[in-house]
Design a protein around this ligand. Sequence first.
Ligand code: ZN
Length: 436
Amino acid sequence: MDTIFDGSKAFKHIEKLAVEIGARTAGSPEDQAAADYIKGYFDGLGLDTTVQEFEIETGYVKNTSLEVLKPYGEFISCEGMSMLGQTGPEGIKGELIRIETTDEEYLTREITGKIVVTNGIKRKNLSIISKLKPLGFIFIENYPRMQRKHFWGNYSENMSHGNFPGVRVSFEDGFKLLKSGATHARIVVEAELSKLKTKNIIAELRGTSHPDEIILVGGHYDTVPGVKGASDNAGGTSITMELARVFKEKGSKRTVRFIAWGSEEMGLDGSNFYAKKLKAEDKEAKEKDKKAKTELDRTRLMVNLDVHGALIGTNVAAVLGPSMLTDSLKLLSKETGVVFEVKESVYSSDGTPLSAVGVPSTSFSRRSGIDIMMHSPEDIIDYLSPEALEDQGKFVEKWMTRYVTGAAAFPFKREIPEKLLKQIKEYYEKWGKELP
Ligand SMILES: [Zn+2]
């Protein structure tokens, strides 16, 4: 079976997105530039391209600092968590208390009125934290070399739990802070909260013989702030774009929608929006007519591409769907000799919201030592290669041609096994977010 996926063509998209445009925080001008570039490319291929706009809540930090007051005075470099809480310009001053995590076991009266030094907030415990009224938080990154603000999250919905000013420090600075025996500190976080817009870019290739069977193929194009996101996820976006070229040329029996998802990093916003919309339309149609066949019913599969291109790495596919889907990937891996670790589990990315509304998904990624630099300024193009993109791209092309776009009958049932549905529910619960 001939493949035409070209790794060097895909690599050019990474050059454009991660080098020329750079960091693409959702809602920023660079995010817009990336969206324009992707839409222009899809349009140029002659695909039917639409833009799905949605609103996101973001926070811009105007002023932030962390000052150790006792036993010595020193400023430690930090990143304000704009959406978690705010202080005035004078900040808040208080005694430090170290707890390993925000699991229930550590949440006692001891933290009341103090600045808690820990590794993050477990959102499911927000209501307990809220009752205990800590003064603020210092979060330490779990790994060396991670950028401080690597996950700042879309916390606004949690603001109702109270105002928790918080700053993030690096693993290295956190280590020093704990070793030094610091007991008191001052935190300043002043931020401007705003609502911005971003979008999903959707390019449709209509199916020749089964246009009513819809397949989604996509990757998110946004990044965390200040990060070029070459691997995460200019890599997956570039494969999506090249696959669009490939299947425009080859054609498809089924309708394929190539989607560049917006605002994944703040909480899978673009794919959640898309999944919610499908679900809402489905509900409305079925209230009128139980037997209505909706777009949600017609959406048969989602192929997600997130984190790609590393020269040194291994290929992974995470499936949320029927075992036939898992088996098809395992078989093709054996047949082609392109080794994939195929597993059935949640991959924290845009496939999950679709599977949460019943669409089976598989998430392809390339796991690598450079994952440690994910969400850091070191996620740069230098560690990636056209050959790695081509390996993965050709595999996905082959698999799609055989089982998805070209199959005489669609082989995968539209069902998600109970144990995987449970994992999806737990994932959303842990995250403190409603299922779409
Ligand atoms: Zn990603």
